[in-house]
Ligand binder design. Structure first.
Ligand code: M6R
Length: 365
């Protein structure tokens, strides 16, 4: 059942090229346009709403932050992303003019389901992005987008995350086109670039040996930090969640611009800092942050595109990923971080698929 892999997480990481391909390409019609079968939202509704909330937990929340970036960029509408267990008890502004998007692999997460019910009571429309057909969230939502990732068994979410990002981007693109906020040319251009992602993900998977070298160097660490700006910060959050939940190394994500506001005090000789530098407009800033932590003795592992050779000067190790559009790069850049968490966990002799204290589906608060 593990298909020759050592554990489900490994199998699921390697299933990502297929999962992404299915989620995207099975929804394209002959003209190459995205068809969202179970979403019945039209232009008049999109013109009527004044904001979107994207609510989720854990990895699904991390995917939601990227969804927000895409929706704000292409649809030009305010989007707020929040954690379900916070959102439901804090003051929020859900009303008829709000679209609530819930992201949940299992479709059974208690806090996310509670937000669904509250939001419907307040008159909002609820769109679910989920991987499980017939799950509670899928059944109760007004509209559904199924991530066709296939069953995810390992507690650590991998293929659900990458397909959730693809799903949120596809929704954003379709809504933006409907609202006439992007041109057809731009729409098709991004879809074409998305079609290239599965082979780029495969390329990273094929280079997994290098991750082994880095895993050996951080396996004994007590702490590890992840650094990024913009979408790379959202990605840093996902990288640190993966590492902490299955390797039990204390891992945290820092927005690179926050270093001087406190976090740089934690850097000691040999502290591993995984630094993600995939955003062209933020690249120089990121490089100078890497320089700062390196000067304080950090062991810097850079993740960047092949043409950004400059990162070599400010890091101990570099993981190069294939080039792509800035907003699409997280789907590729997360792969080495998943592999790193997996490798460190198994080198520590831990149960990769079933980390202590955690359940796959969190159906109680
Ligand atoms: O099933 P859901 O997507 O609603 O689950 C949300 C989180 O519990 C889940 O992503 C969790 O954070 C994973 N263990 C992360 O790898």
């Amino acid at each position: 059942e593990k298909g020759g892999y050592d554990c489900f997480m490994e199998k699921e990481i390697f299933e990502q090229p297929d999962g992404i391909k299915h989620t995207l390409e099975r929804r394209l019609d002959e003209s190459g346009k995205i068809v969202l079968d179970d979403i019945h939202i039209d232009k008049s509704y999109l013109d009527y709403i004044n904001k979107i909330y994207i609510i989720a937990c854990g990895t699904a929340y991390n995917a939601g932050i990227l969804g927000k970036t895409a929706m704000q960029k292409w649809m030009g509408i305010p989007v707020i992303t929040d954690i379900a267990s916070e959102f439901r008890y804090n003051q929020n502004f859900v009303d008829e003019k709000t679209l609530v998007i819930l992201v949940s692999q299992s479709g059974e997460t208690a806090d996310t389901l509670a937000v669904l019910r509250d939001s419907k009571k307040k008159g909002a429309r609820v769109l679910a992005v989920t991987n499980v057909v017939g799950s509670s969230i899928a059944r109760e939502a007004d509209d559904v987008f199924y991530t066709w990732a296939g069953p995810e068994i390992a507690v650590a979410s991998t293929k659900a995350y990458t397909t959730q990002i693809v799903a949120l981007y596809m929704i954003a693109l379709n809504f933006a086109l409907e609202m006439e906020k992007i041109s057809e040319a731009e729409y098709f251009d991004i879809i074409d670039k998305m079609k290239e992602i599965p082979s780029k993900v495969q390329e990273v998977l094929d280079n997994r040996d290098y991750i082994n070298v880095i895993a050996d160097e951080i396996v004994g660490s007590e702490h590890a930090f992840f650094l990024g700006r913009g979408v790379d910060y959202a990605l840093a959050m996902e990288g640190s969640l993966k590492l902490k939940e299955i390797s039990y190394i204390h891992a945290e994500a820092f927005a690179a611009g926050e270093l001087k506001h406190g976090t740089i005090a934690l850097v000691e000789d040999g502290t591993p800092i995984i630094s993600i530098a995939t955003q062209q407009n933020l690249f120089e800033k990121m490089v100078s942050n890497m320089e700062e932590v390196r000067a304080r003795g950090a062991y810097v592992v850079a993740i960047s595109q092949k043409h950004n050779k400059e990162v070599e000067k400010v890091s101990n190790r570099v993981i190069y990923i294939p080039d792509s559009e800035d907003i699409l790069s997280p789907i590729i850049a997360v792969i080495p971080m998943q592999l790193l968490a997996l490798t460190v966990s198994s080198k520590r002799g831990l149960d990769v698929d079933k980390p202590r204290n955690l359940a796959k589906s969190v159906t109680v608060e």
